[in-house]
Every structure is written in structure tokens, then in C-alpha cells.
Design a binder for this molecule. Structure first.
Ligand code: AMP
Ligand code: ZN
Ligand code: FE
Ligand code: FE
Length: 286
């Protein structure tokens, strides 16, 4: 049987609902060969993940997901893989991003108070558990307190772009993101390219700029990529000499409809081949 993997997952260290150990246990149960933990702005889950992975005999890849400044109105996320997660500059920069997030979170709370929605930072932090607090945690508090009926409503009404309490966060530039990951010995990869909101021809031009800036791969396999998108991204990766990767963006209960290592491409099951990890490894500096 062909080995399958998942190179895009979030744990309780950021905005997932599975602890790193629980995530690895689940990965083992469903028969994945390797997993990357790619929490937003933190590598706090990596050590626990590595320990559990070793215990269960599964491969754990060091990862992170950074939010970078997008070219237009879209969303630009960069995944980093196979780096030294103890790298001093990386650790310091991630700590700075988390501290900027905390300032943003305080301002989001103030926006809620301005419209008489009674939630506190303590409640959000208690629910989050980890150090990296993001909008999904606010959404869950709103849900728990009956201000909304679904997480999606929380984003549509309050937290999403155009929502009543929307506030953007500080982002690294693409150059800073690439430097941080490559500086720690890793490989930067463009996550879920469709969130850039570009047409195919615009995307191709932009991805070629990303490659010039040092991005080495494209997340081709992703649950929200239909068959046509998957084929287009794969061709683009081949043409631009970028490695093909894939993951589900599993967040546990914090992102409805994501399942670890699984999804659909058209009416076929999405399976992320082990080859994606080999592609990343082959791009690593020797
Ligand atoms: P933050 O990093 O705090 O800006 O939160 C970003 C996270 O919020 C993403 O990783 C998504 O999981 C989630 N998110 C963003 N937009 C939406 C949306 N419209 N609906 C549901 N979840 C969303
Ligand atoms: Zn997330
Ligand atoms: Fe993302
Ligand atoms: Fe993600």
C-alpha cells in the first residue's frame, strides 16, 4: 500500500483542538506514515509531538505556518518545514509575533466591548489553552456565550474581514518569512494558493516572484482544492521547478469539515503521498 501523510496540521499550541500527542495518536490510528505540525507562529507543539511520534513509530516533521503580507486583498500563508526549531532567531521572531498577537487580541476585546458584547480576554485565553491565541478562540467564546450559533457566524458577523470586530494582525513580509525559515535550515512553501484570490495567470506571475524570493514549494494537495485546481497547481509547480506538497489544515473541532489526512478531490478521496515529504527533503540544503 502507498504511504500517505499530512503536512499541514494545527494543535492546541495554536488554534487546533488536539494536543500534539493526541494528533500523533490519531495519525497512527488512521495509518499515516508522517505528519508535520504547522502551528501558526509557534513551534511550541513540536517537542511533545516528536516524543510521541518516536514512541508510536511515526515520522514527525518540524513545521510552522506564518502569515505574510499578501500582494493584494488575499491571504498569504507560508509553511516552513524541516528546520531547527531551536534556532535562536526563529524562536525570537516567533515570540515577537505572539506578543504582537496579544496586543491585537486586547484591541479586539475592546472592539467587542464597544458594541456591548461581553467577552473577556481571560475567557478567550482559558479556552485557548496554548500561547498563540487567534480568532477561532474568540469564535468559540462567542458560541459558548450564545452570541452566535456557529463558528462560521462568528466570523461572518464579527471576526472575519468586514466583520464588526475585525482587526488584522502584524505580518512578516515574504522576504522576512523566507529568511526566517531558510535561516533555520528549512524549506518555505506557499500554503493553499487559492486564498491569494488571484486568477490563474496572475497567480503564475506571483508564484514566480515568490520563487525568486526563495519559496521552494507549493501546497498542491489541500481539501479545498478541486480537481482542476489541483492539476493546475501541480503543473505550475513543475513549470517553476517548485516541490509539490500537501496537507489538510486539520484544526480538530476548530475548523469544521477538516479531517486529518483526508479529504476529497472531486469524487475521489484525497490522499497525500509520502513522495511530498521526499520532495521537501530533496530540496533541503546538503
Ligand atoms: P488569526 O490567525 O487569529 O487571524 O486567525 C486565523 C484563523 O482563523 C485561520 O487559521 C482559520 O482557521 C480561521 N478563519 C479565518 N477566517 C475564517 C472564516 N471566514 N471562517 C472560519 N474560520 C476562519
Ligand atoms: Zn488556524
Ligand atoms: Fe493557512
Ligand atoms: Fe493552517
Amino acid at each position: 500500500m502507498n504511504k500517505t501523510i499530512d503536512l499541514h496540521t494545527h494543535t492546541t499550541a495554536s488554534d487546533g483542538t488536539y494536543t500534539p500527542s493526541e494528533l500523533i495518536t490519531l495519525a497512527k490510528e488512521i495509518g499515516l506514515s508522517a505528519v508535520a505540525i504547522t502551528d501558526h507562529d509557534t513551534v511550541d507543539g513540536v517537542d511533545e509531538g516528536l516524543k510521541e511520534a518516536e514512541k508510536l513509530g511515526i515520522e514527525l516533521v518540524t513545521g510552522v505556518e506564518l502569515s505574510a503580507v499578501p500582494p493584494s486583498g488575499g491571504t498569504l500563508h507560508i509553511l516552513g518545514y524541516c528546520f531547527d526549531h531551536k534556532n535562536t532567531e526563529l524562536v525570537a521572531t516567533l515570540a515577537r509575533l505572539v506578543s504582537l498577537r496579544n496586543q491585537r487580541n486586547q484591541r479586539i476585546i475592546e472592539k467587542f466591548h464597544d458594541i456591548d458584547v461581553d467577552i473577556s480576554l481571560d475567557e478567550v485565553e482559558a479556552l485557548a489553552g496554548g500561547d498563540v491565541i487567534g480568532r477561532p478562540h474568540f469564535a468559540k467564546v462567542l458560541l459558548k456565550k450564545g452570541y452566535v450559533n456557529t463558528v462560521q457566524d462568528a466570523f461572518n458577523i464579527y471576526l472575519g474581514k468586514g466583520g464588526k470586530c475585525y482587526l488584522d494582525k502584524e505580518r512578516l513580509t515574504i522576504e522576512e518569512s523566507v529568511r526566517l525559515i531558510t535561516g533555520a535550515g528549512g524549506i518555505p512553501v506557499l500554503a493553499h494558493p487559492f486564498t491569494l484570490g488571484l486568477s490563474n495567470s496572475e497567480l503564475k506571475k506571483y508564484v514566480s516572484l515568490l520563487r525568486d524570493a526563495g519559496v521552494r514549494g507549493i501546497e498542491v494537495f489541500y481539501p479545498e482544492h478541486n480537481y482542476d485546481r489541483t492539476v493546475f497547481y501541480k503543473e505550475m509547480a513543475n513549470e517553476l521547478d517548485l516541490v509539490v506538497t500537501g496537507g489538510t489544515d486539520f484544526h480538530g473541532k476548530n475548523k469544521e469539515n477538516t479531517r486529518l489526512g483526508m479529504g476529497k478531490v472531486g469524487n475521489k478521496p484525497l490522499k497525500i503521498p509520502y513522495e511530498c515529504l521526499e520532495n521537501i527533503k530533496s530540496a533541503l540544503p546538503v
